[in-house]
Design a binder for this molecule. Structure first.
Ligand code: ADP
Ligand code: MG
Length: 731
């Protein structure tokens, strides 16, 4: 009998919700307590220093080294008052996680053996050289220098975690190549700023800056810690590699927005209090569709900061979960047969004059601007649908996309009936008929070519990977464990390049004598026609869509290693190089890392699955089979002839089935191990990843299928691994 599993279940049932109280009655009392925000800075830095720093942040000017010294001194003072003794450059290597190496503030005042002081200079703030040869680099570093540098990103504020001052930084190689996800994100933010500002100035010369915004919705599962500890697959891979569906899971649709269970409610509260201390404006929390699945989302913010906050929140989520005897599962598909987790990236552009460029406007000029941006974004997504898909694809997310719950592995854009009608009308308009934009009768405008738009465009299409939701696009295909940077940098870059092209086309038309309005209309109309293939308002889950999408020429590839090839096509290289976001070399390096990471994940999963089969499933199945054999022989000592045969029929059938399934599992494990040995010899990361996808992965299904069948026939008391019903319904 499986003592461990039943003990874990028993203990889990006994656990009570923790009593969680807010740090103070008013959130504003402690909000952002651990963040070196501008208002905090003002207390530690002189006015002049503040001004220089603000300039550096807002205009992207390089910070003077003596100013960095003053900022460092102020930062150190503030951090030490919060109990910090160490500092670290906090960076985002190509692993989707964060990395940090802590250094103490202490140093000798004059020389070795002299008095100790707490020191933190501008040099240490601005730059560090982590021994980073063990971070993925796709071959960039081995060809040059093994060194890597981290460099301070003043646009994201420093913060204190426990005893450590964390300084957000980028991570680059000795020769200047990006080795992280933040550097290209920052470059893409500046590219889209430049391109969008130029387009905005056609409408309003006062616009000096365009900001890209991100509001992420983070989905996650909670599992009791004791149960988690008895599942090697959850511990090592973040997902269950085996496990039969629970008889009841999400069919009743009773979990979504349901009452939050008390232990979870305590967790959520605790998590929010912690997040508030770090200035992360968590706004919503609720149950998600699957049992034990939940979601949280902050108020949206500037893209760079929002990404950092998401990374920080993911680590806070894990930490707080431990206090509540939970483990957080951020994996995209922890359980087969029920919904997986994503991270919807709500993305929009806004001007420094306060105009949301994806918000239908109040004046004819604003609406023309709105349509201009909307249509350009459609064009960008249309032209770059393959690379956008590549930007969100991982071994984990592949389980979620294309399953009957999440966006398919085809990028398309959903606009909703009203906006679609606007574009259709615009496309076909030939005269200067007055087309009116109107939201609840409030936005009646008499401008040619722009038809009615209703502001409350509340259509929802859950099946669309890229949906317009009234004042933003929602990129829903992003994975729950991902760093949003990859998706956001790609989107920003694609949109930037598109806007540059648009502006150049308009300028040429105006130079050739067209009026501003007619030039814009003409180009927009042609874009609407050209980008039509990307617009899809129907059911993205349906098989007919897959056929239709292929006909439209959209990228329908489903193999992850093949999808990554989009990173190095001539078009992609041109796109990223022309926008100054990534070089060809960097793109190749990143793709190598993606292939390598993919292979490693499948490799680890294959090992865990092999271990589970040999150490759990086969031994326990054999034990039960032997118990049945014993029973049969006992029956035969008591009964004879037909009677004995009849009484042992069921047992015999089970004995045979168990025997056959064990044999199938054992053979599949052996073959899988052999195949791995073979493909590990392949030289290129691409070939290896393809082989893991095509040759190793198929064994997973065979092993799982037979194991899950065994789970259904073997004595429950003998089953060692917590079952789906226990993992999903104990909370
Ligand atoms: P829903 O589940 O209905 O999509 P949520 O409220 O859970 O919506 O999350 C929506 C996210 O979108 C929030 O983070 C919100 O702040 C963000 N958001 C709202 N407006 C914008 C915008 N204009 N640009 C970017 N993000 C936005
Ligand atoms: Mg949403």
């Amino acid at each position: 009998m499986s003592a461990l599993r039943f003990k874990a279940v028993e203990e889990a049932f006994k656990k009570k919700a923790l009593c969680v109280t807010p740090p103070s009655k008013f959130t504003t009392d402690y909000y952002g307590k651990y963040v070196f925000t501008k208002s905090v800075m003002a207390k530690y830095l002189s006015k002049d220093i503040m001004k220089s720093l603000n300039n550096a942040i807002e205009q992207g000017v390089t910070l003077d080294s003596n100013i960095a010294d003053d900022v460092a001194t102020g930062m150190k003072m503030w951090a030490m008052e919060l109990g910090a003794t160490h500092y670290t450059h906090w960076f985002q290597p190509l692993t989707d996680g964060t990395a940090e190496k802590h250094d103490s503030f202490i140093d000798y005042a004059a020389g070795p053996g002299e008095a100790i002081i707490e020191d933190f200079s501008g040099k240490l703030l601005a730059q560090q050289e982590p021994d980073a040869s063990s971070f993925p680099n796709g071959g960039i570093r081995s060809t040059f220098e093994a060194r890597g540098y981290t460099a301070w990103d003043p646009s994201s504020p420093a913060f204190v975690v426990d005893d450590t001052l964390c300084i957000p930084t980028i991570f680059i190689s000795y020769t200047g190549e990006s080795l992280d996800l933040k550097a290209p994100l920052l470059k893409s933010i500046s590219a889209v700023d430049k391109a969008a500002t130029a387009v905005c100035q056609i409408f309003d010369p006062n616009v000096k800056k365009v900001i890209s915004y991100l509001g992420w919705e983070q989905e996650y599962f909670l599992v009791d810690e004791g149960l988690y500890a008895t599942r090697p697959d959850l511990m090592l891979t973040g997902r269950t590699l085996i496990g039969h569906e629970s008889a009841k899971n999400q069919q009743m649709e009773d979990h979504y927005f349901g009452a939050v269970p008390t232990r979870v409610a305590a967790y959520m509260k605790d998590l929010e209090f912690e997040a508030y201390k770090f200035g992360i404006p968590l706004k919503t929390r609720h149950n998600e569709v699957a049992p034990n699945q939940f979601e949280l989302a902050p108020i949206f913010g500037e893209c760079n900061l929002a990404v950092d906050q998401n990374l920080l929140v993911m680590s806070i989520m894990k930490k707080v979960a431990r206090r509540h005897s939970f483990r957080v599962l951020l994996h995209e598909k922890p359980f087969a047969g029920i919904n997986g987790s994503g991270k919807h990236n709500n993305w929009s552009l806004g001007t420094d004059t306060g105009v949301g460029l994806l918000t239908p406007g109040k004046t004819p000029e604003e609406n023309l601007q709105f349509i201009t941006f909307l249509v350009n974004i459609l064009m960008a997504v249309y032209k770059n649908n393959a690379i956008l898909k590549a930007s969100i694809m991982t071994a984990q997310n592949a389980h979620r996309l294309g399953a009957n719950e999440a966006p398919p592995a085809i990028v398309s854009a959903f606009l909703g009936t009203q906006i679609s009608a606007v574009l259709d009308k615009l496309e076909n308009s030939t005269s200067d008929e007055a087309i009116v934009m109107d939201a609840k009768k409030r936005l009646s405008l008499g401008i040619a070519h722009i038809p009615e738009v209703l502001l409350d465009n509340t259509d929802r299409n859950r099946t669309s990977p890229f949906a317009f939701t009234g004042n933003r696009f929602e990129f829903r295909a992003v994975g729950s464990s991902a760093n949003c940077s990859s998706a956001m940098a790609t989107l920003n870059t694609a949109v930037a390049a598109q806007l540059v092209e648009f502006k150049a086309t308009i300028d040429a038309k105006i130079a050739a004598g067209a009026t501003k309005q007619s030039a814009i209309f003409e180009v927009i109309k042609s874009y609407i026609k050209e980008s039509k293939a990307i617009r899809f308002d129907g059911n993205g889950y349906s098989d007919t869509w897959k056929v239709e999408a292929a006909k439209r020429g959209l990228d329908c590839e489903t193999s992850v290693p093949e999808i990554y090839k989009a990173y190095t096509t001539p078009e992609t290289v041109k796109l990223f190089e022309s926008m100054g976001v990534l070089t060809e070399k960097e793109l190749h390096a990143r793709t190598e890392v993606k292939w390598e990471t993919y292979t490693k994940w499948i490799q680890i999963e294959a090992r865990v699955l092999g271990d589970l089969s040999m150490n759990h499933i086969i031994p326990l199945a054999t034990r039960y089979q032997s118990f049945l054999l014993d029973n049969v022989s006992k029956i035969k000592t008591v009964f004879t002839g037909e009677k004995a045969d009849k009484l042992s029929t069921l047992d015999t059938a089970l004995i045979v089935e168990i025997g056959e399934r064990i044999a199938t599992i054992k053979n599949a494990v052996d073959d899988m191990v052999d195949t791995r040995r073979q493909v590990n010899k392949l030289e290129h990361e691409y070939e290896k990843a393809v082989a893991y996808h095509d040759k190793v992965l198929p064994y997973f299904d065979i092993i799982r299928y037979n194991t899950d069948k065994l789970e259904m026939i073997i004595d429950d008391e003998m089953w060692t691994l917590p079952k789906y019903r226990e993992l999903l319904f104990i909370r």
